[in-house]
Write a protein that binds this ligand. Structure first.
Ligand code: ADP
Ligand code: MG
Length: 401
C-alpha cells in the first residue's frame, strides 16, 4: 500500500518506527508535515495539495496530530476521508478524544467505568460539584491538557475553589474529578489497534507525585492485562471512533476507570517496556483495512427521503420477545437489522433465526415512519409549569447576560 504518515516530527521515535515498520513490510511510505497541506475545495471533487502541488494517490493515511494543531490537522484528515482514503482514526474520533469533557460525555452512556466527573462554570456551583464527586482531595483538570500538565490534586475544598477560580479567570475550562486514591500514582496504558490490545504497560509516578505520565518522570513496566481491562480499553477506543489509540485507565477498587483515550499514542515507552513491535502491528492493521474506507453510515443511508437509521428497543411486553427476527414482523415492514445489542454484547448482521429477548436493542435501517412507533420512549422528566408573576418583568429585574 501507499501510506502517508501525517506528522510534524519526522525524527521523533514514533514516526521513525512507523516509517521503518512500513518499509520493512514493503510498503511505500511518506512522512508528510500536516501543516504543509492545502485543502482544495475549488474543483468538483475534494482534493488535497501538499507543498503547493497536487497530492498523489494514497491508499491510507495515519494521522499523528499534535494537540496544538487539532483544528487544521483534523481538517486535513477529514479531507482524506472525503477522498475515500482509509484512516484508522477519523477526524471526528480525534476531535472527540482531544477534549477531556467531550470524551467523558461520549463514553458516559456506554457503561464504561470512569472516575466521577463534574463540569461547572459558575463559581457558586463549584463547592457543590466537589461534594458530588466525593469531596477533597479532588482532581482538577484542564480540558485540553496533555503530558500531565494541567492536572492538579487539590487537598482541600478551599484550595480547589481558589485554583478553579484562578483558572476560570484566565478563560480556562476545568473538570472536577474524584481522586482515585487506590490507584496510588499508577495507571495502565493499553495500546489498542483495531479490536484488540496489542501491548500494555503500567506507569508508576515518581516519588510522591500522583501523575504517572512518563513526561512527569513516571516509570514503565509491561503488564499482562486482565480481560476486563482489555475489553474496556477496546470498547472505549471503538466508541471514540479510534482504531489506533492509547487508552489510560486507573485501577479502581471495582475495576478499570478510563481517564482518557489518546489518538496519537507515543510508541517509545510502550515498545521499550514490552519489547513488542507495536509500530508493526499498527502498519499491518492499516494494510488489512485499506479496502474499507470510513463511511459515515447515517449520512450515506439517509440519502433516500424517508429512510434512515434508528435504534429500536424490544420492550419487555412486546410481541417480538421470543420470536425470531424472521417472524418478528420487521422484514414485512421493510426494516433491516444491522446490529443486535444485548447487554454489552453486539451481534453484527444477526441471522434471520436469531431469537429476540426483552431489552434487546436493534440498530435498524428502514422507513422512518415504520420505525417511529418502535423507538424507545425517552425517560420522562417531571416538568413543573409555574404561574407567571402578575406584574410584567421589567428590564431591571432581567439584566442582559
Ligand atoms: N482522577 C484521578 N485520580 C487519580 N489519579 C489521576 C486521576 N486523573 C489523573 N490522574 C493521574 O494523572 C495523570 C495524568 O492525567 P490525564 O487525565 O491522563 O491527563 P494528561 O492528558 O495530561 O495525561 C494520569 O496518568 C494519572 O496518573
Ligand atoms: Mg494521560
Amino acid at each position: 500500500m501507499k501510506l502517508a504518515i501525517l506528522s510534524r516530527a519526522p525524527r521523533a521515535y514514533s514516526t521513525q518506527r512507523l516509517r521503518t515498520a512500513a518499509l520493512e513490510r514493503g510498503h511505500d511510505v511518506k512522512v508528510l508535515n500536516t501543516l504543509r497541506f492545502g485543502i482544495d475545495l475549488s474543483e468538483d471533487e475534494p482534493d488535497l495539495q501538499f507543498r503547493g502541488r497536487q497530492l498523489s494517490t494514497y491508499d491510507a493515511v495515519l494521522p499523528r496530530i499534535g494537540a496544538s494543531i487539532t483544528y487544521f490537522g483534523t481538517a486535513v484528515v477529514r479531507q482524506f476521508e472525503q477522498m475515500d482514503v482509509y484512516t484508522p482514526n477519523t477526524a471526528n474520533g480525534i476531535s472527540n478524544s482531544r477534549d477531556k469533557l467531550r470524551a467523558t460525555q461520549i463514553l458516559s452512556r456506554h457503561n464504561i467505568g470512569m472516575p466521577a466527573t463534574f463540569f461547572v462554570r459558575n463559581r457558586a456551583d463549584v463547592k457543590q460539584a466537589i461534594q458530588q464527586v466525593g469531596g477533597a482531595p479532588v482532581v482538577i483538570k484542564l480540558l485540553e491538557g496533555t503530558q500531565g500538565i494541567g492536572v492538579i490534586l487539590a487537598p482541600e475544598v478551599k484550595v480547589a475553589e481558589a485554583i478553579i477560580e484562578t483558572l476560570q479567570s484566565t478563560s480556562q475550562n476545568v473538570l472536577i474529578q474524584a481522586f482515585v486514591k487506590e490507584s496510588k500514582g499508577r495507571d495502565i496504558r493499553a495500546l489498542v489497534v483495531g479490536d484488540r490490545v496489542v501491548a500494555a504497560m503500567r506507569r508508576t509516578a515518581q516519588g510522591d507525585e500522583f501523575r504517572s505520565n512518563v513526561h512527569r518522570g513516571g516509570s514503565v513496566e509491561a503488564v499482562d492485562l486482565d480481560p476486563e481491562y482489555e475489553a474496556t480499553a477496546v470498547r472505549a477506543a471503538q466508541i471514540m471512533g479510534l482504531r489506533v489509540a492509547g487508552v489510560d485507565m486507573l485501577e479502581g477498587n471495582d475495576g478499570p476507570l478510563v481517564m482518557e483515550v489518546n489518538s496519537s499514542p507515543g510508541l517509545q515507552g510502550i515498545e521499550t517496556a514490552t519489547r513488542l513491535d507495536v509500530a508493526g502491528a499498527i502498519v499491518d492493521y492499516i494494510a488489512d483495512q485499506v479496502d474499507f474506507p470510513q463511511v459515515d453510515v447515517r449520512q450515506r443511508l439517509a440519502v433516500s427521503t424517508g429512510y434512515g437509521v434508528a435504534e429500536l428497543q424490544v420492550h419487555a411486553g412486546s410481541e417480538m420477545v421470543g420470536k425470531s427476527l424472521r417472524d418478528s414482523g420487521l422484514p414485512d415492514r421493510d426494516i433491516t437489522v444491522l446490529t443486535l445489542h444485548r447487554g454489552t454484547s453486539v451481534t453484527p448482521s444477526p441471522r434471520p433465526g436469531k431469537v429476540l429477548e426483552a431489552e434487546d436493542r436493534l440498530l435498524c435501517f428502514g422507513k422512518l415512519e415504520e420505525m417511529r412507533s418502535m423507538i424507545p420512549e425517552r425517560p420522562k422528566r417531571r416538568r413543573k409549569v409555574k404561574k407567571l408573576a402578575r406584574t410584567a418583568i421589567t428590564a431591571a429585574e432581567n439584566p442582559p447576560a
